[in-house]
Ligand binder design. Sequence first.
Ligand code: NAX
Length: 328
Amino acid sequence: MAKSPVNVTVTGAAGNIGYSLVFRIASGEMLGPDQPVRIKMLEITPALKAAEGTAMELNDCAFPLLDGIDITDDPNVAFSGCNFGLLVGSMPRKQGMERADLISANGGIFGPQGKAINDNAADDVRILVVGNPANTNAVIAAASAPDVPASRFNAMMRLDHNRALSQLAEKLNVPVSSVKKMIVWGNHSADQYPDISFCEVDGKPACGLVDEAWLDDYFVPTVAKRGAAIIEARGKSSAASAAAAAIDHMHSWACGTPAGDWVTAAIPSAGQYGVPEGLSYGFPVTSDGKEWKVVEGLEISEKTQSKIKFNADKAAAEIDTVKSLGIM
Ligand code: NAX
C-alpha cells in the first residue's frame, strides 16, 4: 500500500542551503523512494517571493513524490502537522557583531519557532537545527517546546562528520565508503574535536595508518576550520555540502544506520562521556529508524577526554549567555 505523505518544514527555504535542500527532500533522498512529502517553506516576509521562485522550480522538476508545497511567513502555519523540520533560516553574523548579539538575535527566531513546533507539530515531530550557533539554537528551541521530548531536537554535526571522513579517506587514498566509525565531539564550531581513535579503514584500525603529527597539525584544524576555508575560496559559505549533510542526518535518523558503523549527531546529552546533561552535543550515535542511541562504553584517551570537556565547557558557557540574556 502506498504511504501517506509526511509534512517536511524547511525554514530559510529561499536561502543558499534551502535552495539545495528542498530538491533533494522532494526527490526522495531524505526519507526514501516510497515516501511522499509535502514541503512547507517558512521564510521572512521579504523573502517570500524568492521562495515562490524556488517552489516554481520544484514543481518544474515533476518529482513523483512531491505531494504539495506551502509557502508562509507564519511559523504556526509552517509547523502545522510537521513530521520533520529542518531549521535552516537564521540571522547571519554581521561585521562587528559579538557572539552574544548573534545569540540574542537567533534566540528571537528559535524561541518562537520552538513554541510554534510545540503548539502545531505532529506528535512524532523530529527537528534538525542547522542555523548557527546550531547547538545552542537547538537547546533554545527545545526549551520553548515543553510538550515535545527534548531528544527530538537535534543540531547538525553531520557536515563536520562528512568532512572528517573525506579528509581521512583522501589521506589514505581510499574511497570514503572504506572509512567507518568516525566521531566529531562537541559543537559545530572551530573548537570541535574530530576523532579517529575508533575509525576502521577496510576493517583495520585507522590509528596505525596515520601519524599523530598529521592528526594534530592537519586533520583536526582542517576539518574544524573547513567552513572558513570554503568562504575564503568561494566567497560564500557552504551550501550544497550543508544540504547534503542535513539530508544524511535525517535519512540516518528516519531510516536507520547500517550495522557496524555509526554517525555523529548533536543530541541532548544524558551525561554520557562526562558531558553535562541537557547540552546539545556531538556524539557517536546509531539509529533504529526511530531514536538515536549514543554509542557508549568507548575507551576514551586522556587527550580526547580533555577535548570533550573543553567543548562541553564552551557549550555550557554559551547556554549561560542565553540564560543571562533572558532567552530561556
Ligand atoms: P542564507 O542567508 O543564504 O539563508 C538564510 C535564509 O533564512 C534567508 O533566506 C533568510 O531570509 C531566512 N530567514 C532568516 N530569518 C528567518 C526566520 N526567522 N524564519 C525563516 N527564515 C528566515 O544562509 P545559508 O547559507 O542558507 O545558511 C543558513 C544557516 O546555516 C546559517 O546560520 C549558517 O551559519 C548555517 N550553517 C550551518 C552549518 C552546520 O553545519 N550546522 C553549515 C553551513 C552553514 O554555515
